[in-house]
Design a protein around this ligand. Sequence first.
Ligand SMILES: Nc1ncnc2c1ncn2[C@@H]1O[C@H](COP(=O)(O)OP(=O)(O)OP(=O)(O)O)[C@@H](O)[C@H]1O
Ligand SMILES: [Mg+2]
Length: 234
Amino acid sequence: MANKVEVKDVFKTYKRGKAEFHALNGISLSIKEGEFLAVMGPSGSGKSTLLHLIGALDKPTSGEVFIDGVSLSLLGDDALSQIRREKVGFIFQQFNLLPTLTARENILLPLRIAGKSSRETERYADEVIEAVGLTNWSSNLPEEMSGGQMQRVGIARALAIRPSIILADEPTGNLDSKTSEEILNLLKDCQEQFKQTIIMVIHDAKAAAYGDRIIRLKDGQIDEEVEAYSANLI
Ligand SMILES: Nc1ncnc2c1ncn2[C@@H]1O[C@H](COP(=O)(O)OP(=O)(O)OP(=O)(O)O)[C@@H](O)[C@H]1O
Ligand SMILES: [Mg+2]
């Protein structure tokens, strides 16, 4: 199958006083369409940075990121924001919910911004709301919800546009083990039913095994790469 995402020799360098610090230090990676990749590694190893670059939220210092064979470095701001709006569903570590909108309104917002709001797309959004267990909270404001509920709003918001790429940064970080398992199964369903490509940053090795493949970052480089069926070896 075609490569959905390609990362070619990517560096992301930050200045720290006079010194340079490589948050990403020469990463190359291909992710096939419909693949579920889990990304592990210690805090500060560059996992979120990598997701931000793949999601066109930030630009590499050098190297290139390709989505559907197109180098993001060749695209202007309009084309990049179209990719962020329509192709990528981002589940962040922070939930970034709009405080004045209800859960359902937050979830529908990306559809409305993309001009894709219709009875059919809203019905799918309501299915996602049900799947993440938020039906009874859909008219609550973020301040009226727990951390785990807000996280699920963030997940539903990312999935409701049915993006071809789902980038999830610790999607189960605030959830109890039962809800975590439901969310992981939901992501697996997205992959199996809709052939969505998933890149998920996760600390827990058991959760990482939901992926087809696991990479482990260390100091901004890929330290180890394994097929998930042998995940219990790492
Ligand atoms: N805007 C920035 N300016 C300077 N340094 C940064 C910036 N963003 C990230 N870094 C540094 O880059 C490194 C990688 O950060 P990143 O957020 O990608 O780590 P992470 O693997 O996601 O960690 P965690 O598991 O804690 O979320 C860290 O050392 C961080 O301090
Ligand atoms: Mg992070």
